[in-house]
Design a protein around this ligand. Structure first.
Ligand code: GDP
Length: 473
């Protein structure tokens, strides 16, 4: 009957087609069960197998998470070798923060996927600058790394996996392996040259109970290169470009404090518009292209792709302004973008007679990634962008990647501008909604030579905005 059908539909929508479980207390995290009221239902459904893997993961996290017997047992060992570790089924992946919030979030999602694939429990080391951003994602347990973690403060003297590879410890017996190691996948560290995607590395890593991850990269394409993960991955993600879209919506729920800001802003400015266009303007070097060039580029891009209407220079039309309107959400560190665009649309009518309203929630002027309020603003703006109907984003920006991947959108990516010339074309549509992995490996583990992985894997392409990067498509 119709009533039960619609109740089922709502339950489905609310739980994002089965990604989420219904067992959480609603008041502890309003965004978890309210996001569906603000974002259109995704046209991409998670596979049954992905849902199965998530439920399994939740179970593992409950039995191995903080303050369980197994957790205490593994952590007590500290640097000692991992003797007898075959006896514990619990292994851990500790996520640590580096770089800005966008980088941190793409790494977090990549780490979660790695944890699922290797039956590890993901624990996050959040400082005060990240504590207020997200809800707990796993039911009946916590993902926060306890303060009594042996290396909370000092990780410097822990062995790294590269030094182990170099010293040829791959075949070392269990007793001589350390219980904790650092897995350094920072782009500044080894860039294109690490061996993480090689089977021999994974053989070694899987024998070590606690991995401490240092990374600022979306290394998911590396996971797709590892033969032992391939089958699981293709069952979990029959549509390969939905990895972040599904895992991000599963994992990243704005805290009540962040949600209050998002909801209020959305209801005040975005809810009533017929269409919401998000503009993410990340300028890495303000000397290379003046703000006006980038404004002109944005106008050229939005016009060319009919995201926003042209200005009516003749002021020929006399019909009254149509009420239907578009809301433009501008996210940028600089106030110039919102201000200039707002002035332009206030001073001119548009050829379609639509009213264009421009909003910019904040302008922080510079990146301050270790500051709580600054990160809340960044997170709420990323989330608001993800609720838009279409996005124009800046090249090489992980801030933009998180917004479009969460939203399930393929953005129009602006081209890098120099001086006063507007690039032609001003922007290009992304081939996929996945984030770009900026520094993917170039080493073919079997052939022991350099390779372009797009020639081996057809579901990987070079990114529109970073030619040496890789994106799943
Ligand atoms: P990326 O450097 O563009 O890849 O993105 P990240 O998020 O890793 O680092 C940029 C950081 O600068 C963000 O996390 C914010 O702290 C800040 N930031 C950059 N753009 C914006 C913006 O549009 N709004 C706000 N509130 N902060 C921004």
């Amino acid at each position: 009957n119709a009533l039960s059908l619609s109740t089922t539909t709502i339950a489905n929508d609310k739980l994002l087609d089965g990604l989420l479980v219904s067992s959480f207390d609603e008041a502890s995290c309003f965004s978890r069960y309210q996001s569906y009221l603000y974002r259109k239902a995704s046209s991409h459904k998670p596979s049954k197998y992905l849902i199965f893997k998530l439920r399994n993961y939740e179970h593992l996290h409950q039995s191995c998470g903080p303050s369980t017997k197994s957790y205490n047992k593994v952590m007590r060992k500290g640097t000692k070798f991992s003797k007898n570790d075959a006896s514990t089924k619990c292994k851990y992946l500790v996520w640590t923060a580096s770089n800005g919030l966008g980088n941190r979030i793409v790494t977090l999602v990549a780490a979660f996927l790695y944890a699922i694939l290797t039956d590890r429990v993901l624990l996050v080391k959040f400082g005060t600058d990240m504590h207020g951003l997200f809800c707990e994602p796993f039911p009946g347990t916590s993902w926060l790394l306890p303060r009594n973690f042996p290396y909370w403060k000092d990780q410097k003297h822990i062995e790294t996996y590269e030094s182990m590879l170099k010293n040829n410890k791959v075949n070392t017996s269990h007793e001589l392996l350390p219980a904790f190691i650092i897995l350094n996948l920072q782009h500044t560290h080894d860039g294109h040259n690490n061996f993480f995607h090689c089977d021999q590395s994974q053989d070694l890593l899987q024998r070590i109970p606690v991995l401490i991850l240092w990374s600022d990269q979306y290394f998911v394409p590396s996971l797709f290169m590892i033969p032992s993960f391939r089958q699981d991955l293709s069952k979990m993600f029959p549509e390969k470009d939905t990895v972040f879209h599904h895992l991000g919506r599963y994992l990243l729920h704005p805290s009540n404090e962040a949600w209050e800001i998002i909801r209020k802003f959305y209801e005040a400015h975005l809810a009533k518009a017929n269409e919401r266009i998000g503009l993410q303007v990340r300028v890495f070097n303000t000397h290379r292209a003046p703000h006006q060039t980038i404004i002109n580029e944005i106008i050229a891009c939005t016009l060319q792709h009919k995201l926003l209407p042209d200005f009516d220079m003749q002021k020929s039309a006399t019909s009254p302004l149509k009420k239907p309107s578009k809301a433009v959400l501008v996210a940028s560190l600089f106030s110039e973008y919102g201000q200039k665009l707002r002035t332009m649309y206030q001073a001119n009518t548009t050829v379609t007679r639509e009213v264009i309203r421009v909003y910019q929630p904040s302008h922080e002027e510079r990146q301050k990634s270790n500051n709580d309020m600054h990160n809340i603003k960044a997170w709420t703006e990323i989330y608001l962008l993800s609720l838009c109907d279409a996005l124009v984003t800046s090249p090489k920006s992980t801030f933009g990647y998180v917004a479009h991947s969460l939203g399930g959108l393929k953005p129009w990516i602006l081209q890098r501008a120099y001086g006063e010339t507007i690039p032609d074309p001003p922007c290009r549509r992304a081939k996929s909604m996945e984030p770009c992995f900026h520094y993917p490996p170039k080493y073919d583990c079997r052939a022991n030579s350099t390779v372009d992985f797009t020639s081996i894997f057809h579901h990987m392409k070079h990114c529109e905005d970073v030619s040496s990067g890789l994106r799943l498509v």
